[in-house]
Design a protein around this ligand. Structure first.
Ligand code: FE
Ligand code: FE
Length: 166
């Protein structure tokens, strides 16, 4: 499949706006998730990821700049759905704190996987467009999302999922 470079650049910028909005939505949602978490490890993880997420929005602004674009948001309906579903789970699990923590991890991981898919795609686009600076910045965020996902898996496996089972 061959795509004209201006079509690809248009698609790239649209995808950046989507990610920029998704990260902003997460900045609103993560504190609520951290508040809801009962495991101190999990709470700390979610709070740390809030800091990382704030850095990631600033990094996206640099990616926009690398393409001479003004940073702007376009509503990410996918992230909105993931967050809404997560909030429903928090309500449903309110009276069972072990299940609540396990469910928070599961929902946080869905968010990370969604971000990994999004950033993986724009990294490829940036490379195809020959913008190494943008590709490098995106790759930094991509690594952070992978690391977060791995930390959440470790948390789940080390105690939280087992606690919910007993
Ligand atoms: Fe992120
Ligand atoms: Fe993330």
């Amino acid at each position: 499949m061959a795509m004209k470079s201006n079509s690809l650049e248009k698609l790239f910028v649209e995808s950046l706006k989507d990610l920029y909005d998704a990260e902003h939505q997460l900045i609103n949602a993560l504190p609520r998730m951290a508040d809801a978490a009962t495991s101190q490890d999990l709470k700390r993880n979610l709070q740390q990821h809030l800091d990382t997420t704030q850095e990631q929005t600033r990094r996206l602004e640099k990616v926009f700049q690398a393409f001479n674009e003004k940073p702007s948001r376009k509503k990410c309906v996918g992230m909105e759905g993931l967050i809404r579903e997560g909030e429903q789970h928090m309500k449903d699990m309110m009276n069972d704190k072990d299940a609540l923590d396990a469910s928070l991890i599961a929902d946080a991981q869905k968010v990370e996987h969604y971000e990994i898919a999004g950033y993986g795609t724009v990294k490829t686009y940036a490379q195809m467009l020959g913008n190494q600076e943008a590709a490098r910045l995106i790759d930094q965020t991509l690594s952070e999302e992978y690391a977060t996902d791995e930390r959440l898996t470790k948390l789940a496996e080390s105690h939280i999922n087992i606690k919910a089972k007993s």
